[in-house]
Design a protein around this ligand. Sequence first.
Ligand code: M6R
Length: 628
Amino acid sequence: MCGIVGYVGKQKAATIILEGLKRLEYRGYDSAGVCVLKDGRLELAKKSGRVEVLVKEVARHHFTGTTGIGHTRWATHGGVTDANAHPHISSDGKFALIHNGVIENYSQIKTFLLSKGYGFQSETDTEVLCNLIAYHYAKEPAGASNPPHANGHGTGSGSRFLESVRKALQHVEGTYGIAVLCVDCPTELVAARKASPLLLGVGDGEHIIASDASAIISRTQSVVYLKDGEIVHLARGGFTITTLEQEDVSPVVDKITWSISDAEKGNYAHFMEKEIFEQPIALENSMRGRFSEDGSTANFGGLNLTASELRQIDRFMFCACGTAWHACLVTEHLIERFARLPVEVDYASEFRYRNSPLDRNTLFFVMSQSGETIDTLAALREAQRKGYRVLAINNVVGSTIAREANGGIYQHVGPEIGVASTKAFTSQLLIGAMVALYIARLRDMSFSDGVSYVSALKGAPDLVRQVLKQAPEIKAIAKRFARHADFLFLGRLSLFPLALEGALKLKEISYIHAEGYPAAEMKHGPIALISEECPSVFFAPKGEIFNKVVSSMQEIKARKGPVIAIITEGCELPPGLADAVITLPDCHEAVLPIVAAVPVQLLSYYIAVERGCDVDKPRNLAKSVTVE
Ligand code: M6R
């Protein structure tokens, strides 16, 4: 939700900020704005619409300042208008502020500020915070400054500007990643975070604040991941980090391990297409170095649990949102099937308020591509508060969830930019399958079953390559069905979550109404939707339930519903039953969900393209949901 960038250096800030905003646009794309400091003035441009609209606007102004901030918005408070776009300027004209998050007590603060004579141009919570900083700055005696302190970066932590931001934040309830400029401090910037991601890129004579690494990667790979409650002050060519309570923080500078090309589309039309086709490599990266030498089980370096501690666990709880929640459902199936231990899966947003009773020997997992989803983070914190150890399966290194978890497994699939999750999903399925294997091998799974399981997982990337070769045929199917307004996705057992995922993919990028159901449940209600106008996508793999799924297809066909069947090699459908057939390679149960994900990703992608939808930036959505 919302992308923020701030720059202090020697280059034209607007150019660097706009480049950063283009890379952050997947976080929110309702409106965008930039503000630079020049000759003691704030120069501002902001527009509703995409970053490209802002680029044209900025081109008219020739901003030359070398300190600035920029924002791409996903609206929370206030509609999508130029006035509500960020940056916001305080009514005394001294401060400019960008914000990702929600200020929950903004209404009380606004009433107070109105009584003090501050005015407001927008309906946003952000403008309230900007004016609150101005209020504290005006109250602070001019020249007030704490003595500088040496932490190796040497800007000194104190200044009237910094202290005003700190004071304002002490009165704020809610979440924020902010960056602030002050006209009296032409080469300074103050940024802070609480439950919204923020990092600092440390470049050559320049510093960049951003919501995520994609905005800084073209300038530097050195990065400081800020923690909740920290404030960074960029000044005099250096930076200091302190807490809201004014304690000094020693910064840890990390290296980003991926490169700029990972965050670019290359020859693909969309990030989603690139990320679908990257899946074989992504899977290889997710499993690399994670199998035991004897090839019979998985190895995870970061669980921070010994085998005997894990042996005490007799129940698992998984929390996640959206696509990651679907991956948890598949993992539930595999752990129960192979390790014979009970698993509960909950939406993180429900778990955090449900106060559900948990057994003592429960191991708690959260799953999140971004590692910033606010509901998943809150579920993690709630479980930790209750004394549980929480492990995270997560893609973004240094994310809040990765840092707050007690251990975990990184996905290593590189940046996922398309709003619709694809390669992160199949990697989550793979890691879930590896977790199931690891636990099963600590219990009753035999050495030889472990060896076959590992060898099957190692073969997953090649099987996915085989399915990707069917892209032209799937594209043709997509063209035939692209104009239908409703779809059902039906599957059973480990492929029921794939039915949910297929429906989610289709609705989020093509705006077609779609529902996922267990195939046999269809006759308990959804069958009422069936007509020539509502195609059903069936997962019908080889196995004990194949004939049952075929019976469900017959029931659809009897009601004139078009059928798209996704079967595995060796399955035979009665002639004329399916209107279109996609055949997957036959594979191990643990690999089947990974392979089955690909055709529904491609189907949704090509349908959305056929309908002329903006695949990478679907309406109303944002990549990482950092507000409740
Ligand atoms: O970053 P996370 O995995 O925590 O994100 C969870 C969901 O917001 C995400 O999977 C969402 O459902 C995607 N748009 C699905 O394609």
